[in-house]
Design a protein around this ligand. Structure first.
Ligand code: DAH
Length: 329
């Protein structure tokens, strides 16, 4: 009997070691503790013993059975506690989910590059509001009230006195009114025009205004600065021309065109900016002595610069938010 107990115990312990889930544990129970299990059979054998021997082994057999039962119960409790819901199981073999990173919009990138070039030329960056007074947007810039020059820019009026700025030039006014020359700054931002939307024009676009006011500022410096910019941005061999023009706030005034040959199309000149010497009236309006100081100014279209650089021929794509377009840059 004693040997039999030892044998079962060893077998049970060996089996127990390899049990790692509830299914295997149940097999263990069937093998040892069920009604037909080895422990039960041991009891049957015990019952058949002569009375003498029963006395000898009675206690031992009971203790043995209880020990096995306790081991079994403990492992069962542990396995049940560790059991995890299948839906919580992480499948480490699944391929990962790719996180899509956003990127800077092509206009932001272009603006950034333009700013970097002008910063390297000694310009600081100054910002003004998109909602502007009629006073700053027009009057201070030498557009007299009811003057036809106002029609150059179709305006979104907010009320009689305020509007969405039609250009970044009013930021020049804000700068000149609050700071003393020498002044050298660029002023980037959004502008708004009440125009029919087409491949060439949109109700909203971006400009970078530039202003340099000091003693003895000349048109030659204006030309030199803009050519330096064009060469840095588009490359040494960029083809440009200065063309006489008119703006109420500059005298003389010019526009700059860049030669553009879109792939497979005929080449043409594309206007990218207006510029000129700041009209003495504008300096005086802002409290700057026009006898002592002169200045130049320019305003460039950011969309046009990006279109010329990347060969885009429709301004609307900048605002459509079509990922197929945006992710190309
Ligand atoms: N404000 C003008 C426009 O939007 C562009 C411009 C022309 C700006 C000449 C200037 C300038 O500063 O000097 O059409």
């Amino acid at each position: 009997m004693k040997e039999k107990i030892q044998e079962i115990k060893k077998d049970f312990d060996d089996n127990l070691k390899s049990v790692s889930d509830l299914k295997a544990l149940e097999e263990l129970r069937l093998k040892f503790l069920s009604r037909k299990g080895q422990v039960t059979q041991l009891f049957d054998a015990f019952k058949a013993l002569p009375t003498e021997e029963k006395k000898l082994y009675g206690k031992e057999v009971n203790v043995f059975r209880n020990t096995l039962q306790t081991k079994y119960d403990k492992l069962k409790a542990d396995l049940e506690a560790a059991k995890v819901d299948e839906k919580d199981v992480i499948d480490l073999t699944l391929p990962g989910r790719r996180k899509e990173l956003g990127s800077l919009h092509i206009l932001s990138q272009t603006l950034y590059e333009i700013k970097e070039i002008f910063k390297s030329l000694g310009f600081s960056v100054y910002i003004g509001p998109e909602m502007e007074s009629d006073h700053n947007n027009f009057e201070m810039l030498n557009f007299p009230a009811d003057h036809p020059a106002r029609d150059m820019q179709d305006t979104f009026f907010i009320n009689d006195d305020f509007l969405l700025r039609t250009h970044t030039s009013p930021v020049q006014v804000r700068l000149m009114e609050t700071s003393k020359p020498p002044l050298r700054a660029i002023m980037p931002g959004k502008v708004y025009r009440n125009e029919a939307i087409s491949a060439k024009s949109y109700c909203l676009f971006h400009q970078v205004e530039g202003l340099y006011v000091d003693t003895n500022v000349t048109f030659a410096e204006l030309k030199g600065t803009l050519i330096a910019f064009a060469k840095q941005y588009f490359g040494e061999d960029v083809k440009y021309r200065f063309r006489p023009s008119f703006f109420p706030f500059t005298e003389p005034s010019a526009e700059v065109d860049l030669w553009w040959e879109p792939k497979g199309k005929e080449g043409r000149w594309m206007e990218i900016l207006g510029c000129g010497m700041v009209d003495p009236n504008v300096l005086e309006n802002c409290g700057i002595d026009s006898e002592q100081y002169t200045g130049y100014a320019f305003g460039m279209g950011v969309e046009r610069i990006a279109m010329r650089k990347y060969g885009i021929d429709d301004i609307r794509v900048f605002f459509d938010n079509d990922k197929r377009f945006l992710t190309q840059f």
